[in-house]
Design a protein around this ligand. Structure first.
Ligand code: MSP
Length: 516
């Protein structure tokens, strides 16, 4: 039976250029999607852009453009970022597309089959605080004062007082159902601290949610009352379903409910509270899991446009290399925690893990094979205990990484690859194949074979994280493209003695810091 796996990034607001935060969320999804594909799953990896709402409308006006022209242009930047980061998404959804607008309109109708007292939609008026930057309504008790004494949102964004007719979603009705749902699905939110935060928020009581606006019109019209546009978050969240063609779509049967919605911690509440409640009201299955990652700071400082310290993913790729950047972002912090970017940390990761550990292992093994075995995969002799020990670490690697990614804990998964490569480097030091050349060439061949095989496991396991470099390693081991998945990490598919290997090339150069 085919196993299906559906993973989504948040859809990005098109008010801004892509930055490290966007690249990070999508990268985590990309690694997961690639891992699952190599593990035999039928995968759908969705990303896209969130194009409606007041924030985007204002940005378009500021740019002197009609909203549709503006979003067409900025949405393109996000496609380009995906390409530059080598993301392997299967689909890119835009909320201003017809396929989305049609489906979200049906979704509204579905929820509106329930009225007040039934957990559905009712007309009233909203009077309260709204932050355009966060596109969120706030209760007065949630607001804070900034250094200038102004009221701001918990994320430091300006808020304004809004009074207007509005449709409401009767969120309060779903409180008990949500709490039962969390109780029955303790893994619904990762990490656990965030799960507890969501539960506490719902336990503290839920207000009904305003789900339409009348003071601007860049959005999907509310069916039957076109003075209103849908609240941008209701509109946006449904992208996950509209991209499947809606509940009648062929892909819906294969992929809904989503396995993972990957989000930053700032947008967890929308995904873990409002979204399941909307779906419950429409009688649709809720997602399996919402994973909330932390935020990056830059050299210890909060990233912000006003501080001018926004990290541009293109600049990182340009300076350090694509796979190096991908590796750093996934390795540096346990997923879920906040992370701090610094040049020093980037350089030391590249040099310590990639150049010194994995690159060195690769270079030493392959050049010894080239020189001493005529460039062919060597003949394997009798397997000694130390060979078997190394092979045992390789054998358990994927299973352990599966468990790490189940959480997901990307940096732990990478640590395990490093552990295997560390064990292989120690093995070289102990076995000294260069010395065996004269004393026992058969044993030398055996040692080099064991190392080449360990490298094959390392490269295959790294492929979801650093696909280009991993493929270069596998090219150098002459592993054919159809053998580069996890089912081939078994003794029956081991490297064949006598296979000609291409001349070795360094895969991970040391980063020499000219700025230091
Ligand atoms: N449009 C909404 C999502 C709708 S999903 C139905 C949105 N868009 S966003 O463009 O503002 O942000 C998208 C993601 O970028 C969020 O997951 C957010 O956490 C992430 N990041 C923004 N700045 C970040 C950092 N400094 N560090 C890490 N991630 C951060 O929200």
């Amino acid at each position: 039976m085919t196993k299906h796996f559906y993973i989504t990034t948040p859809i990005y607001y098109v008010n801004d250029r892509p930055h490290i935060g966007h690249a990070y969320t999508s990268l985590a999804c990309d690694v997961m999607a690639r891992f699952k594909r190599l593990d035999g799953y039928d995968v759908k990896f969705l990303t896209g852009t969130d194009e409606h709402g007041q924030k985007v409308e204002k940005s378009a006006a500021k740019a002197g453009k009609a909203p549709q022209d503006f979003v067409d242009e900025v949405s393109q930047h996000f496609r380009e970022m995906s390409e530059a980061m080598n993301f392997s998404h299967d689909d890119f959804i835009r909320t201003s597309s017809e396929r989305h607008k049609r489906e979200v309109t049906k979704f509204w109708h579905k929820i509106a089959e329930r009225g007040k007292g039934e957990g559905g939609i009712y007309l009233d008026s909203y009077a309260g605080w709204y932050s355009v930057r966060d596109e969120a309504f706030y209760a007065e008790s949630e607001l804070e004062k900034n250094a200038e004494g102004q009221l701001v949102s918990p994320y430091g964004s300006p808020v304004e007082w809004v009074e207007e007719p509005s449709y409401f979603f009767e969120l309060s009705y779903w409180q008990q159902s949500l709490l039962e749902f969390y109780e029955q699905n303790p893994e619904f939110v990762y990490p656990e601290s965030r799960y507890n935060e969501v539960k506490r928020f719902v336990e503290s009581g839920l207000q009904d949610l305003s789900i339409s606006r009348t003071s601007f019109n860049w959005g999907v019209p509310v069916p039957g009352d076109e003075k209103h546009v849908m609240y941008v978050w209701l509109d946006a969240l449904y992208n996950y379903v509209s991209a499947l063609g809606g509940p009648e779509g062929e892909e819906y049967k294969r992929f809904w409910p989503a396995d993972i919605h990957m989000v930053g911690k700032d947008i967890l509440r929308f995904h873990a509270v409002y979204w399941p409640a909307f779906l419950m009201a429409a009688g649709m299955p809720t997602p399996e899991k919402v994973v909330a990652h932390g935020w990056w700071t830059n050299e210890g400082q909060k990233i912000s446009k006003s501080l001018g310290n926004v990290i541009d993913p293109y600049a990182l790729v340009e300076e350090f290399g694509l796979d190096q950047t991908r590796y750093f972002l996934m390795r540096e912090v346990p997923f879920g925690n906040d992370g701090d970017y610094s040049r020093d940390k980037m350089v030391s990761r590249i040099n310590a893990d990639l150049a010194n550990e994995i690159g060195n292992l690769c270079q030493r093994t392959l050049s010894m094979i080239q020189k001493n075995c005529d460039g062919n995969v060597p003949e394997r002799g009798p397997v000694l205990e130390q060979d078997e020990q190394l092979q045992n670490i390789a054998d358990s690697l994927i299973q352990e990484m599966r468990q790490d990614l189940q959480k997901p804990d990307f940096s732990k998964a990478l640590e395990r690859v490093l552990h295997l490569s560390g064990a292989a480097n120690e093995y070289i030091t102990r076995e000294q194949p260069w010395a065996l050349k004269k004393t026992d060439p058969a044993r030398m061949a055996d040692v080099l074979y064991t190392l080449a095989e360990a490298l094959r496991y390392i490269a295959t396991a790294l492929a979801p994280f650093i696909p280009n470099a991993a493929n270069q390693m596998l090219d150098q081991l002459a592993v054919s493209p159809e053998e580069r998945d996890f089912t081939h990490l078994s003794p029956e598919h081991a490297l064949k003695a006598g296979t000609a290997l291409p001349p070795p090339r360094g895969v991970f150069p040391r980063f020499l810091d000219s700025a230091a």
